[in-house]
Design a protein around this ligand. Structure first.
Ligand code: DC
Length: 225
């Protein structure tokens, strides 16, 4: 039996993970958040006291890494590092910044390639990341490049932090977003870019429900009900 795959790529804060998760639920597919996998490697690098930007410090750590991904009863993806559930720890601000550096190291990407592909060999998946349509699943049944203006992404992030009761500054968030975009787009290995055969989907003017409805109709058009 062959499985269906939908690849969703795009910059941080375009609503990718929320939309990919909701889309997967609507379709009954497994949602694979590949950013969480990179974040888990990054957490291991930080905990080892290594410099996330130094290839020669990071590469020797890969061999001994014990990373696992599992789904709980609610269908949520959980990440484990050496048996410890690190699903919350990988969301910390320090990990976000360092993940951009760790994910630019070619050996890290090669190391994670099969890990990601295996999920799509064994399940119908909606997989999101930066290079899913271009590198990880070039033969995906459908590819979506999801984006939004940096200012819209910064506003959404600010709201999210405020709702969690955290203090945040719009200008600092916008600066952070622009910096991460630049790092993700300019790296030499698997840079963030739209695959030639990906549908562009811009959520700047759309709320979550409108975006989901738009994505669902795209999916119906491309791969049927
Ligand atoms: O989507 P995110 O913010 O959780 O991703 C964390 C980091 O990992 C981000 O800097 C981009 C990187 N990443 C990547 O290089 N390739 C992917 N497929 C997914 C994430």
């Amino acid at each position: 039996m062959s499985y269906r795959s939908i690849a969703i790529d795009g910059p941080a804060g375009a609503g990718k993970s929320t939309l990919a998760r909701r889309l997967a639920k609507e379709l009954g597919y497994l949602y694979v958040d590949t950013g969480a996998i990179y974040r888990t490697v990054t957490l291991a690098v930080l905990r080892a006291g290594a410099d996330p930007a130094e290839e020669k410090d990071v590469v020797p750590l890969l061999e001994g890494l014990d990373i696992r991904m599992a789904y709980n009863d609610a269908g949520e993806q959980r990440m484990y590092l050496s048996g410890e559930d690190v699903s919350e720890a990988i969301r910390e601000h320090m990990v976000s910044g360092a993940a951009s550096k760790v994910s630019a190291i070619p050996a890290v990407r090669t190391f994670l390639l099969d890990f990601q592909r295996r999920q799509a060999r064994e399940n119908n998946v909606v997989m999101d990341g930066r290079d899913i349509g271009t590198v990880v699943l070039p033969g995906a049944d459908m590819k979506i490049f999801l984006t939004a203006a940096p200012e819209a992404r910064a506003r959404r992030r600010l709201l999210e932090l405020e709702q969690r009761g955290q203090r945040a500054d719009y200008d600092a968030i916008l600066r952070d977003i622009r910096e991460r975009d630049h790092q993700d787009e300019s790296r030499s290995v698997a840079p963030l870019k739209r695959a030639g055969d990906a549908d562009l989907f811009d959520t700047t003017q759309l709320n979550l429900e409108q975006s989901l409805a738009g994505l669902l109709s795209l999916v119906k058009e491309k791969i049927g009900p």
